[in-house]
Design a protein around this ligand. Structure first.
Ligand SMILES: Nc1ncnc2c1ncn2[C@@H]1O[C@H](COP(=O)(O)OP(=O)(O)OP(=O)(O)O)[C@@H](O)[C@H]1O
Ligand SMILES: [Mg+2]
Length: 989
């Protein structure tokens, strides 16, 4: 153990523990005396403050304690997750079926492809007509017929490099295309003999004709400007034959000449290879009509390569013809017949399809990850686990591992099914190492994304929907982009790769198309630079999203808990730097802070609202030396909580400098009207909210710095049952026992005992959704008691229970009285009266009064209550009967006579008079009596204890009962209800 002189934060805590352990043995005897005294003399409660017991002495050293408990917590979490997952049969089946269905879909496509190919296997092999280039002196109109060309415009642009000599210019010559057979045309371009094959009857132009580029612009500038212009024209994509307006402006190709003389011809050629079919003229050499003999239909396609060969052939023929006027070369092209293995080709197609379908198989884990996390958050299960000692680090580690196991199982099914059931080449030819490293990266990315998105989501339903939308849509978009905009050799834009689905689908696309196009990836060396980049990006993004997830989980406000400051990391660093201050400085600082707190604004208001006992309680807390804090299961010192104002409302001060001290074994009742601040106080003590100022200690550990230690030693029963519907009673108790660090040897016996305590042993194997409301409540109480907590907070434990169940619960709680300290909030005064040893009434966030029930009743109950029922009707009934008799006896009209007599009686027995008389009588008989309420002839008087003579009242009442028309009366001691009403009713009422 460290010496108290050391400087770090950790050492400070352990040094206090060290001190506590030593002190404790000495104070043990003294403490038990204190406890006895407390139980026999409750009114002297506040003056006897040494009470605690040996239990608290077992609070261990922080580091030692946690190192042994971490493994229990992790075991608890993993076993809980497995039990829950195994019960979600539907989800599990869907999970495993998704990759199988995707792969089966591929097989379906394979069989469709097979049936189509086997159809065409019977068709004759068609290798197309031979295409002869530039036939001389054949009218283009006839060519047009042969190749289905609708008109005969065909032209090229040409130009010379800037520094070409005059000889080249002359030798190359010129040709304007018009008029036909321009006598001035000369050189290679001499239309008469060379490249100009014939006239175009429709346009009366030599064709193809050559147009020299304008001196002010380059060929490419011209082409670019023309395309800019054509882009503004409306294109009819539906009609393949339709042409873009002004398409004649675009040449079929262009020649750039470097050198031309008898011994040398140097030029380059470019042809129109635009992908839009409408950007090619119907007669242009780059859009040839080919007739399909099977369908007998002519289809057009862009044939840039043939166009290029044709243009080169044209120029070469012209050159040869210039040099050798009688020589002409015939040249043409034809497609070779095709022969291939159908099975191999189909497999290639399947592998290509895999690039789109495989990614979908493994993208649906994300919604499951997000859903599981958000569900536990939404149902407050995380909060209740935290209050029961869960360390969030363990929670995240186990969630991570568990999600990874789920993902691993899905991947395993995917690979095994693909390889052994379907026998796809992709699975047995691609390197396993590459596949595993890739899938590992994607798994990590998905888990990180799950954590990341769950920070922003509050309901499980939204989480699930959003998860599926994100997964499916982004994957579909990414897959589509891979085969369209970013089809190789294009690369995916860098900014798209910032979201993991894009590198994931791209990598899948690359490795499956590799199988389809050439051979599968056998090692990392076979990967393209882009694929390697995607692999790296997956891992980097997994790490980055994990960091983001961690950060946003801390700073985004959730329904519960307090978010950290957005710059909390910097603050932590700053704090670390400062940690070199000495322990003494630290204590001085804390003391200074506490004394500052004592002087803050609402002191005067508190002085007015708190009664003497509450003030005394505050004083004893202030005066308690800090080294004695470890003796108490709860010390609350000046705790204050202000909720920020929302929607323009002012901030709400929920608790104001609350002070309280609870001894070991004490059952303390916290009463107060709605909105008094009870739940807020408990929420701060259990770590749900952080107090704005002040602090609280459990067994010497404070909620600001050592919350985790406190949570391991406390139990909480929240106002509403927070349980997993699919876990059994036994599983719940085992989980929480492990969470609180109960060793495996003890856990079973402890859980059995807990079930016996709450009469649930018969229902041990019942799932929570099979229990009644009362049973659930008892289970919640049992959970709060499991693991020997030093202090248990029960927030309205009996709400919603029937009288029978409520009694049982009281029995349970009475049974543990004295063993543990309990803080109970309730709206049932009867419950508080039965269970609690001390009661505090809170109103407007202030502890108004505190003490044992008897003392509160004495102080605020105002003595006794006298109830008097004064019902005139009971007496009048007899008199009216008498009036009837008298009326009948008289000789006059009976009805008239009767009503006359009744009126007389009513006059004589005036209601107000009767009540007035009664009140005067009571005031004369009992001194200082006070009328509390009066309603419909029912009176409640308050009688102070001082000077009250019960015998006199009894005698007087009995003798004057008839005369005062009192039908019923009684006297009782005042109840806790009266105390509550008196404290919590605003003064003006
Ligand atoms: N998250 C919150 N944001 C703003 N104000 C809050 C919040 N929670 C509670 N309050 C306000 O703080 C005050 C105390 O609320 P609290 O829930 O502690 O009362 P309570 O004594 O538990 O009441 P009840 O008996 O009805 O449960 C109330 O005025 C309430 O409106
Ligand atoms: Mg409440």
């Amino acid at each position: 153990m460290n010496s108290p002189g050391q400087n770090s934060d950790e050492d400070f805590i352990t040094s206090i523990n060290y001190h506590k352990q030593d002190d404790l043995e000495e104070s043990k005897d003294e403490l038990s005396v204190g406890l006895q005294k407390y139980s026999t003399d409750e009114s002297s409660d506040n003056s006897t403050d040494s009470g605690t017991g040996s239990n608290l002495s077992t609070i261990p050293d922080k580091s030692e304690y946690f190192s042994s408990k971490v493994s229990y917590q992790r075991r608890a979490l993993i076993r809980k997750s497995i039990s829950l997952q195994l019960r979600q049969i539907g989800t599990n089946v869907c999970q495993l079926l998704t990759p199988i269905i995707s792969l089966l879909l591929i097989i379906l496509l394979k069989s469709i492809a097979q049936s189509r190919l086997s159809e065409s296997m019977n068709a004759p092999i068609y290798s197309g007509l031979p295409y002869i280039f530039n036939i001389p002196l054949v009218p283009v109109g006839q060519l047009g017929l042969l190749f289905n060309l609708s008109n005969c415009d065909q032209w090229y642009m040409y130009g010379f490099q800037d520094d070409v000599d005059q000889e080249t210019r002359d030798f190359f010559g010129y040709n304007k295309g018009t008029p036909i057979f321009d006598p001035e045309s000369k050189g290679i371009l001499d239309g008469d003999k060379n490249v100009l094959q014939t006239a175009c009857p429709s346009s009366e132009r030599a064709t193809p004709y050559f147009k020299e580029k304008n001196a002010s612009e380059t060929i490419n500038q011209y082409l670019f400007n023309t395309l800019e212009h054509l882009n503004t024209q409306k294109i009819n994509y539906k009609d393949m034959d339709s042409e873009v307006p002004d398409i004649w402006m675009l040449p079929d190709g262009a020649f750039n000449v470097y050198k031309a003389n008898e011994s040398r011809l140097e030029y380059n050629v470019q042809v129109n290879d635009l992908r839009y079919i409408q950007y090619h003229r119907n007669n242009g050499v780059t859009k040839l009509g080919i007739q399909n003999p099977l369908s007998n239909k002519t289809s057009y396609f862009i044939n840039a390569v043939q166009g290029q060969i044709s243009a080169v052939d044209l120029m070469n023929k012209a050159y040869i013809s210039k040099l050798f006027p009688n020589t002409f070369i015939y040249s043409g092209v034809q497609i070779m017949p095709i022969s291939f293995s159908f099975d191999q080709e189909i497999m290639k197609v399947i592998n290509m399809l895999g690039g789109g379908l495989f990614p979908i198989s493994l993208c649906l884990m994300l919604p499951v990850f997000i859903y599981n996390i958000v569900l536990e958050k939404e149902q407050k299960l995380v909060e209740i686990m935290k209050m029961n000692g869960l360390r969030m680090r363990n929670y995240w580690i186990i969630t991570f591992i568990f999600n990874f196991i789920l993902y691993f199982i899905t991947c395993f099914v995917f690979i095994m099914f693909g390889r052994f059931v379907l026998g796809l080449t992709f699975f047995y030819e691609t390197s396993y190492l590459v596949l595993i490293i890739f899938l590992l990266g994607w798994g990590l990315s998905q888990i990180s994304l799950g954590f990341f998105f769950s920070a922003f989501l509050r309901t499980a339903q939204t989480a699930s929907m959003l998860g599926y939308l994100i997964s499916i849509w982004v994957t579909l978009v990414a897959v589509s982009l891979n085969i369209t905009l970013f089809a190789p050799p294009q690369e995916v834009s860098w900014w798209l790769l910032l979201y993991p689905t894009f590198p994931y689908t791209r990598f899948f696309f690359e490795i499956s198309t590799a199988c389809g196009l050439s051979s599968c990836i056998r090692s990392f060396n076979d990967l393209s630079p882009e694929a390697t980049r995607c692999l790296w990006i997956l891992y980097v993004e997994a790490a980055v999203f994990m960091i983001f997830a961690f950060y946003f989980q801390q700073v985004i406000p959730q329904d519960y808990g307090v978010p950290k400051h957005p710059l909390f990391c910097c603050r932590a660093l700053k704090y670390k730097k400062k940690s070199s201050i000495t322990t003494r400085e630290k204590i001085e600082f804390l003391n200074r802070q506490e004394s500052d707190l004592k002087n803050i604004a609402d002191d005067s208001e508190l002085a007015q609202l708190e009664d003497d006992d509450a003030k005394k309680e505050r004083k004893t807390v202030y005066e308690l030396p800090e080294e004695d804090y470890y003796k108490y299961p709860l010390i609350v010192k000046d705790i204050r909580k202000v909720y920020p104002g929302i929607d323009g409302r002012p901030p709400k001060v929920a608790t104001k400098k609350f002070c309280l001290k609870i001894k070991k074994g004490e059952v303390f009742g916290l009463l107060g009207p709605n909105g008094a601040g009870k739940t807020t106080l408990i929420s701060m003590l259990t770590g749900l909210y952080r107090p704005d100022s002040g602090n609280a200690w459990t067994a010497g550990f404070d909620i600001k710095n050592n919350l985790e230690q406190i949570q391991l030693q406390m139990g909480v029963c929240p106002q509403f049952d927070i349980l997993w519907p699919d876990l059994t009673v036994q599983e719940h108790l085992l989980f929480y026992a492990r969470l609180k660090g109960i060793s495996p040897k003890e856990e079973s016996s402890m859980v059995k005992e807990a079930m016996q305590d709450v009469f649930l042993e018969k229902f041990a194997k019942f799932k929570v959704n099979q229990l009644s409301g009362g049973m659930k409540r008892r289970l919640s109480v049992a959970i709060s008691l499991v693991g020997d907590p030093k202090i248990v907070y029960l927030d309205e434990p009996s709400t919603g229970l029937d009288p029978e169940n409520r009694r049982q619960l009281w029995d349970i709680l009475s049974g543990i009285k004295g063993k543990r300290s309990l803080v109970i909030t309730t709206h049932s005064m009867e419950e508080a009266d039965v269970l609690c040893q001390r009661i505090g009434i809170v109103s407007d966030g202030v502890l108004r009064c505190v003490g044992p029930q008897v003392r509160l009743k004495t102080l605020y109950g105002g003595g006794y209550h006298l109830f008097v029922n004064c019902h005139k009707s009971k007496y009048l009934r007899e008199l009216k009967r008498e009036a009837k008799r008298r009326a009948k006896a008289s000789s006059h009209n009976t009805t008239r006579e009767e009503s006359k007599i009744k009126m007389e009686i009513n006059k004589t027995y005036d209601l107000n008079q009767i009540h007035l008389r009664l009140k005067e009588f009571i005031q004369e008989t009992v001194p200082n009596v006070y009328l509390l309420q009066e309603f419909n002839g029912n009176f409640t008087f308050q009688i102070p204890i001082e000077g009250f003579n019960a015998e006199k009242l009894f005698l007087e009442m009995e003798s004057n009962k008839e005369d005062l028309m009192v039908s019923d009366w009684g006297i009782s001691q005042c109840t806790l209800d009266d105390v509550f009403t008196k404290i919590c009713t605003p003064k003006e009422n």
